[in-house]
Design a protein around this ligand. Structure first.
Ligand code: ATP
Length: 260
């Protein structure tokens, strides 16, 4: 029995969301009975128009918001609102909301220290997270003096040092120049953790996510392979999105046409 189970391992669910409903006290129903499962190792893009419910979903998955109905479980463990859960790491849209210590090292060490880990283990985790994100050389720098691109990678390092099983990236390419955005994409392509990533930068989603869900009105309107879903121009337009330019076939220039 045991041998055959080991031979065909079940794929672990990194995240399971079922019937999730959340309405803000003085606002609209932001999540309207949402179901979503993410397998361990999956990289899932979350796209949709402004106000679709992306950030609200992320806050419910992290346990910051208590849903009025439905459930959230991470690796099979129910998420309890209001409790710190190191299994889920949230990379904020604005790194300034995440970095508050006097040095990069202190910021990346903050989470593991808060977990009560021994200092040797804290240092191991910090070194590993800073090396994975390419910010080891910034260890002694003041986070608020860094460039936007550097801050973004340090914010990711401060999340990875918790060793979460699921990382949530909220608009990670916001305000990045071309070089910093490329650095982020290269990092995400190499990453070995499961993630959910919300972005209006659809080319980034196309490059780094295997799967995409289209969220609109607090519900999932489409779910599937990133290229397949995003190639459906009519579907994308219905949800105020645009088929990425890299998926639009290039037209052959007519014979004899000259460049301007
Ligand atoms: N704190 C709040 N109080 C009241 N309503 C809110 C609050 N935060 C969000 N909402 C509303 O909930 C809905 C979903 O918002 P949410 O921020 O989750 O969308 P989003 O998909 O992340 O949008 P965007 O792409 O613009 O970041 C919107 O109608 C929004 O106005």
């Amino acid at each position: 029995m045991r041998a055959s189970r080991l031979a065909r391992p079940e794929r672990t669910l990194a995240l399971s969301v079922s019937g999730l409903r959340y309405a803000y006290p003085d606002g609209p129903t932001a999540l309207d009975g949402l179901d979503l499962e993410v397998l361990a190792g999956e990289r899932v893009g979350v796209v949709g128009p402004n106000g679709a419910g992306k950030t609200t979903l992320f806050l419910a998955v992290c346990g910051v918001l208590a849903p009025q109905a439905g459930s959230v479980a991470v690796r099979g463990e129910p998420v309890r609102p209001g409790r710190f859960n190191p299994e889920v790491g949230l990379v904020f849209q604005n790194p300034d909301d995440q970095l508050f210590c006097a040095s990069v090292f202190e910021d990346v060490a903050f989470g593991p220290r808060n977990m009560g880990l021994a200092e040797g283990e804290v240092e191991r985790r910090v070194e590993q997270a800073m090396s994975a994100t390419g910010v080891s050389g910034l260890s002694e720098r003041a986070p608020h003096h860094l460039s936007g691109g550097e801050k973004r990678m340090v914010a990711i390092a401060s999340t990875l040092s918790l060793r979460p099983s699921l990382v949530i990236y909220d608009e990670p390419s916001a305000n990045l120049d071309i070089r910093s955005r490329r650095r982020l994409i290269d990092f995400l392509k190499r990453a070995d953790h499961s993630f959910l990533l919300a972005s209006h930068d659809l080319e980034l989603v196309l490059e780094v996510c295997d799967r995409v869900v289209v969220l609109d009105g607090g519900r999932i309107a489409a779910d599937g392979g990133t290229e397949r879903v995003m190639s459906d121009a009519a579907l994308m337009e219905r949800h105020s999105l645009e088929k990425p330019h890299s998926l639009v076939p290039h037209r052959e220039a007519p014979e004899g046409a000259q460049g301007a």
